[in-house]
Design a protein around this ligand. Structure first.
Ligand code: PLP
Length: 383
C-alpha cells in the first residue's frame, strides 16, 4: 500500500487529508454522545459539532440554509431519497445516456410503480445539441430531469445549468448527481437552477467512505422513518428539516470527517484543485495519445472532470488494469457501474481502463503509468 500509485479517486479519494483523519479520530474521543437525543452536555456538544458541519456544507454549496443540508451514507442514498421522495405513479423522468447505476437502477425499479423514464443522448462538446436532445425527451408528465454533472467513466461534463433552465421552463425539477463534480466545480446553489444536489462525501470532498450529502431545496417524502430526537410523541415523521430526512443515529465520525474534507477543499480552493487535476489529465492524455495502440474516447477539447478512460487495442480492460496493478498502479477496469455510458460509447464488451486523479497526485506518476504501458505493449509485440 505504501508505494502504491492510486488513480482510482473517482471511486473514493485516497489518501484522505490529515485533518480528515484527525477529525474522525477526535470525533470518537470527544464527540461520543448521541447528538440531539439528550439534554446532557456531552450530547449537546456532539449536536453542536454536527450543526457546525452542516453550516460548513451549506456555505460550501451556497445552500439557502444549513437545514437544507442532509447527511446521507453516500450519493446513491441521496439520489434514492429524491427519486422515491418526489415521484408518484404516472410521472415521467428524463435522465442522460451516461448515468451511473445510482440513477439508472432506481429509475428502472420505479417502472413497477408506473413511473417511466427516457434517456437523453448527449453530444460531447456541443451543449446546444445536448440541450435539444433533453428537450426532445420531455413529455407533458415529465416531473424531473435527473442528470449526472460528469460521467464517471469518460469524465464528460454535462451542461447541467442549461438543462436545469430547460427543466424549470417545462415545469419539471432538476436533480444533479454531483458525485464526480463536487470538490472540483464551484457550486453556488443560490444562483443555480438545481432543486436537489446529490453528492458523495468520500470522493472530491475527501470525507470518509460511507458519507454523502443531499442539498434539498424543496420538501421531500422521507426514504426511511424513525427516531430523530425531535417531536418524539408524534407517530408521524417531523416536518422540519433536516430531521425529516435524517432518522436514526447519525454517522458522527463520518460527518465530522466530511466537514474537515470540505474545509480542506475550501482552503485549497476548488478552482486550484480543479486546475491541478486538469493539468494532470492533459499531460496523461497527451502522452497516452502518443502511445501506440492506446485508444482514447473523448476529444481533447471536450470539457471534462478529471476522469479518463482508455484501452490498449482489443486487450480486455481488466487485463490492462491487472498489469498496472502488478506494477503498483491502482486503476479501475470494466463497466464502472455505468452500463448505459458504455452502450452509448460502444465499450460495453471491453469495458475501459479508468484513471481518476485527486489533489494528491503528481505529474511524474502519470508519466510512470505511460512508461509501464509502453514497455508492456512493446513486450507484447515482441513476444
Ligand atoms: N453517481 C456517480 C456518477 C458516481 O460516480 C458514483 C460513485 O462512483 C455514485 C453516483 C454513487 O456514489 P456513492 O458511492 O457515494 O453512493
Amino acid at each position: 500500500m505504501e508505494r502504491m500509485i492510486y488513480f482510482d479517486n473517482s471511486a473514493t479519494t485516497f489518501p484522505k487529508p490529515e485533518p480528515v483523519r484527525r477529525a474522525v479520530g477526535q470525533a470518537l474521543v470527544y464527540c461520543g454522545a448521541n447528538p440531539g437525543r439528550a439534554g446532557h452536555r456531552a450530547a449537546m456538544h456532539t449536536a453542536e459539532a454536527v450543526y457546525r458541519a452542516r453550516c460548513t456544507a451549506a456555505e460550501f454549496f451556497g445552500a439557502d440554509s444549513p437545514e437544507q443540508v442532509i447527511f446521507t451514507p453516500g450519493c446513491t442514498w441521496s439520489l434514492n431519497t429524491v427519486l422515491r421522495g418526489r415521484l408518484k405513479p404516472g410521472d415521467h423522468v428524463v435522465i442522460s445516456c451516461v448515468e451511473h447505476n445510482a440513477v439508472y437502477r432506481p429509475v428502472s425499479a420505479l417502472a413497477a410503480e408506473g413511473i417511466h423514464f427516457t434517456a437523453a443522448r448527449i453530444f460531447p462538446g456541443d451543449d446546444g445539441r445536448t440541450l435539444e436532445s433533453f428537450a426532445s425527451c420531455m413529455k407533458s408528465n415529465t416531473r424531473m430531469i435527473v442528470c449526472t454533472h460528469g460521467s464517471n467513466v469518460f469524465g464528460i461534463r454535462l451542461p447541467v445549468e442549461q438543462i436545469g433552465v430547460l427543466a424549470h421552463e417545462r415545469g419539471a425539477e432538476m436533480v444533479v448527481d454531483g458525485a464526480q463534480s463536487a470538490g472540483v466545480y464551484p457550486y453556488d446553489l443560490k444562483k443555480m437552477p438545481i432543486d436537489f444536489l446529490c453528492c458523495s462525501g468520500h470522493k472530491g470532498l475527501y470525507g470518509p467512505m460511507g458519507t454523502g450529502l443531499l442539498i434539498a431545496r424543496t420538501p421531500l417524502r422521507p426514504l426511511i422513518w424513525g427516531g430523530t430526537g425531535s417531536r418524539s410523541a408524534d407517530a408521524n415523521q417531523p416536518e422540519e428539516y433536516p430531521d425529516r430526512l435524517e432518522s436514526g443515529t447519525p454517522n458522527v465520525p463520518g460527518i465530522l470527517g466530511l466537514a474537515a474534507g470540505i474545509r480542506f477543499v475550501m482552503q485549497k480552493g476548488t478552482d486550484r484543485i480543479a486546475a491541478h487535476e486538469e493539468r494532470l489529465m492533459r499531460r496523461l492524455r497527451q502522452r497516452l495519445a502518443q502511445t501506440g495502440g492506446v485508444r482514447l474516447y473523448v476529444e481533447p477539447e471536450v470539457p471534462c472532470f478529471p476522469v479518463l478512460s482508455f484501452n490498449v487495442g482489443d486487450v480486455p480492460s481488466e487485463e490492462t488494469a491487472e498489469r498496472l496493478d502488478r506494477a503498483g498502479i491502482a486503476v479501475r477496469a470494466g463497466l464502472h457501474c455505468a452500463p448505459l455510458a458504455h452502450r452509448w460509447m460502444g465499450t460495453a464488451e471491453q469495458g475501459t481502463v479508468r484513471v481518476s486523479v485527486s489533489a494528491f497526485n503528481h505529474p511524474e506518476k502519470c508519466d510512470r503509468l505511460v512508461t509501464i504501458l509502453k514497455d508492456w505493449t512493446k513486450s507484447k509485440k515482441t513476444s
